[in-house]
Design a protein around this ligand. Structure first.
Ligand SMILES: N[C@@H](CCC(=O)N[C@@H](CS)C(=O)NCC(=O)O)C(=O)O
Length: 226
């Protein structure tokens, strides 16, 4: 039987969707956590692009294959675990377009996470994301939903990416999460979130997502890793 390893820091972040896909897809996997000191001491140089997450695919005969870059990992796991829409390559590419738009939103929000040095600056940037940037991206995503899920009656990686975004907003913004405060504008997205929350993805989110070392500081408007 194939099994998987997720090599990453003991953090949610870019490890979240790959882990959720493995959980919902019923795959056997383990987390291989990298300590920051070991990363700096040399692990970085062993990775193809000097970054993680990295997915390791362990075949039944012990053969190992390694895949890096979050978007490639998300797409690969969705394909092999039956979490892509169909029936053709076109619908699968449409699912990747949903992911791409969400990655873009994450990149915008990440400016405040990594590039703004003061608490006041981060606070102002996040308030703007909450009030303007995030609702704008959500407006277009809401229009894209075609049924009970993004792609009709089949649960796919697009729904799980939405749920991952929702969890991320909950982590950082709590009661200010625009998906919830402006729920009337996003009824389809909220229905998907509620469905996932009561299933395997929700079970993962409640019990196996947080490793206790990566916490959002409400006071500092930043993630703290210890
Ligand atoms: N383009 C990469 C970016 C990955 C990335 O930024 N990884 C960060 C952790 S979230 C990392 O490896 N940082 C350590 C470093 O840059 O040395 C992807 O999409 O996976």
């Amino acid at each position: 039987m194939v099994s998987y390893e997720i090599h990453y820091f003991a953090a949610i972040s870019r490890g979240d969707l790959p882990r959720m896909l493995l959980e919902v897809g019923g795959a056997s996997y383990k987390n291989v956590f990298i300590e920051l000191a070991d990363w700096k001491a040399g692990i970085k140089e062993t990775k193809p692009f000097g970054m993680v997450p990295q997915l390791v695919i362990v075949e039944a005969d012990g053969t190992r294959k390694e895949l890096c870059e979050t978007s490639a990992i998300d797409a690969y796991l969705a394909e092999v675990l039956g979490l892509m829409p169909g029936p053709t390559c076109f619908e699968r590419s449409e699912a990747l377009s949903v992911l791409s738009a969400f990655y873009e939103l994450q990149t915008k929000v990440s400016v405040a996470l990594y590039d703004i040095p003061t608490i006041e600056g981060r606070n102002a940037a996040h308030e703007k994301y909450i009030a303007e940037t995030i609702p704008t991206y959500l407006k277009y995503q809401e229009r894209f939903v075609r049924g009970e899920y993004f792609f009709g009656d089949k649960l796919t990686v697009a729904d799980m990416k939405l749920y991952e975004m929702h969890l991320w907003f909950e982590d950082m913004y709590g009661g200010k999460n625009p998906l919830r405060t402006r729920a009337a504008e996003f009824p389809k997205l909220n229905r998907i979130i509620d469905t996932l929350s009561s299933g395997k993805a929700g079970d993962y989110a409640k019990h196996r997502r947080d490793f206790g070392r990566y916490k959002w500081s409400v006071e500092q408007w930043k993630w703290i890793f210890n």
